[in-house]
Design a protein. Structure first.
Ligand SMILES: *Cc1c(COP(=O)(O)O)cnc(C)c1O
Length: 372
């Protein structure tokens, strides 16, 4: 039996941009010759070194994983914390799930209305009142953000910092250092710019290399080395995914340039609209999607519906706010995240796909109808 998937949309929100099999078939032959398919094999190590060279700092390690979600859980275990973990309300549900999967308890905190990241005053208050030993900081839409202030707040309370920058691989890295217990986690899911299918990468201080690998490999390495974490799960990247990753890395500069050029086309046309809010720097991210904040929830609804009529899928991120997720502990009411969730629309990004011009045309026609 064959299962056929057909999207109801002529133009999907995200078109996965993976390298063609011909770009990594030689690497698949190499894997077969090696007879080594997982457990931090030679291609995985090569990819980690390549990512470190392209996007890392000399004082960091890069550890690959099977997804950003497993990477976030592994970082929490490697940070050697338990109990409450703070997480912003304006994020993808994966941030929440990763905390639960690590055996810890998420506590949801509201975000700042301007930057869309966790509110630093609330972060301070929540660390004081909950005694949380870790905070997950989320970079919405993979947009580079300077975390200096938030990291200082966490440091003051002795809390580990896990940065969920899932969509940001290949964008500029924030200028903060990579002190102990600061982890930055990226996704290589098919829908992210650095697409390999499923995969992730964690950048952290060199000291965290072994604990991260231990957490991703059932805790075995920590048992052998006699320091924690003493438990873990299977979150390793396979050699097959690393082969796709190496091919992706070889062409990724060009892909990011195309995506950023598409954003500049949005920016040029958006400049004639007032009362829309969106990021202004085309180089701030590799752009999985381009967020725009509509003036009202009704306009957001109308925009999505009008685009859908023309066959274009517009997704709403991040909705619902985690404060509306069932059986979730919130630190305080999350009015900002709930408002953002109802008004944010994520515009599609194209690299060199044939429908690039048409998608742009539909977006602005739908925008004009919605704002009329
Ligand atoms: C995509 C995404 C994730 C999940 O990444 P996976 O690799 O699919 O696990 C987590 N957080 C955010 C903010 C994301 O955008």
């Amino acid at each position: 039996m064959t299962i056929k998937f057909k999207s109801p949309y002529r133009h999907r929100s995200v078109v996965p941009g993976l390298p063609a099999p011909s770009e990594y078939s030689a690497l698949l032959d190499e894997i077969t010759a090696n007879g080594w398919y997982s457990n931090f094999g030679p291609l995985v190590r090569r990819l980690e070194l390549g990512l470190l060279g392209a996007f890392g700092r000399p004082t960091e390690c890069c550890v690959s994983c099977s997804s950003a979600t497993t990477g976030l859980s592994a970082a929490l275990l490697a940070a050697d914390v338990t109990g409450a973990v703070l997480v912003p309300a304006f994020t993808f549900a994966a941030s929440l799930g990763a905390i639960r999967a690590a055996g810890m308890t998420p506590v949801v905190v509201d975000v700042d209305p301007e930057s869309w990241v966790i509110d630093n005053d609330l972060l301070h208050q929540a660390l004081t009142e909950t005694g949380a030993r870790a905070a997950m900081l989320v970079a919405p839409f993979g947009i580079a953000y300077d975390w200096t202030k938030e990291i200082a707040t966490c440091r003051e309370h002795g809390a580990a910092v896990i940065i969920d920058n899932a969509a940001g691989l290949g964008g500029p890295r924030a200028p903060h250092g990579n002190g102990e217990n600061i982890f930055e986690v990226f996704s290589m899911h098919a829908t992210k710019p650095f697409a390999i299918g499923e995969g992730g990468a964690i950048f952290a201080s060199l000291k965290s290399d072994m604990p991260l690998r231990a957490a991703l490999n059932f805790g075995l390495a920590s048992y052998q080395n006699a320091h924690g974490p003493f438990w873990g799960f299977n979150g390793k990247m396979s050699e097959l995914h690393a082969a796709v990753g190496l091919a992706q890395l070889a062409r990724f500069d060009r892909i990011v340039r195309h995506r950023q050029a598409y954003v500049r086309r949005y920016l040029a046309r958006l400049a004639t609209y007032s009362n829309l809010r969106y990021p202004l720097d085309s180089k701030a991210a590799p752009w999985q999607l381009f967020p725009i904040l509509m003036p009202t929830p009704q306009i957001a609804e109308r925009f999505v519906a009008t685009a859908a009529n023309e066959g274009l899928e517009i997704r709403r991120y991040y909705r619902p706010s985690l404060s509306d997720w069932p059986s979730t502990r919130i630190f305080s009411p999350c009015r900002v995240a709930e408002d953002l969730a109802e008004r944010m629309c994520a515009l599609p990004i194209r690299s060199a796909e044939p429908d690039a011009d048409l998608v742009m045309k539909i977006v602005f026609e739908a925008l004009d109808v919605a704002l009329d």
